[in-house]
Design a protein around this ligand. Structure first.
Ligand code: FMN
Length: 162
């Protein structure tokens, strides 16, 4: 298997992290790499908020993101039309996946939570109108690595068209 396929296939959602910090420069290198995500018209629609302890306490996630030393809110910028909003969301999802894979490849783990999209969380995060919260991403070194969750083969989902 190539390195990229191995990285994709071995990534897991991590629910429990060690307290060890993530080096700032290393974290920044993953965020920078994530920006190579495809994005239509080069809108680069991603924005990031780094949640401090006060914000995390207010968010009140049931496990505090598994104790991840870093929690980022990833936002998708407003758009002029619903179509462009969808495009922004798609681009930011690609950005997040890049981040997840970059972190995983370096031996870290990630936890994507959708808690940030709730109205109460948006208020706590100070998200302006028109922005979408794509995820709250916990990042750290895994304390436990779960077993893979099996996927269905893609073969049964490929529909040939004339
Ligand atoms: C948009 C999105 C939102 C998610 N939100 C949550 C969440 O709120 N809580 C959670 O435990 N996992 C969440 N996940 C992670 C999925 O539960 C996880 O990817 C899935 O169970 C497959 O496990 P794996 O990532 O280890 O392969 C989310 C994933 C995505 C893509």
């Amino acid at each position: 298997m190539t390195d990229i396929l191995k990285t994709i296939r071995t990534r897991r959602t991590i629910k429990s992290f060690k307290p060890d910090p993530i080096d700032e420069a290393l974290l920044l290198s993953w965020l920078e790499a994530a920006c190579s995500a495809p994005n239509h018209r080069m809108t680069e629609p991603w924005e990031v908020r780094h949640a401090g302890p006060e914000t995390r306490a207010k968010l009140g996630h049931k496990t505090d993101f598994g104790g991840a030393p870093v929690v980022l809110a990833v936002l998708s910028k407003p758009a002029a039309t619903p179509f462009e909003r969808d495009e922004n969301l798609m681009a930011v999802s690609c950005w997040v996946q890049n981040l997840l894979l970059a972190a995983h490849e370096a031996g870290a783990g990630t936890f994507w939570s959708s808690l940030g999209a709730q109205p109460r969380s948006r208020e706590i995060l100070g998200v302006p109108d028109g922005y979408d919260v794509v995820g709250l991403i916990g990042i750290g070194y895994p304390a436990e690595i779960p077993q893979p969750k099996p996927r269905n083969p893609i073969a049964g989902r490929i529909v040939p068209l004339p």
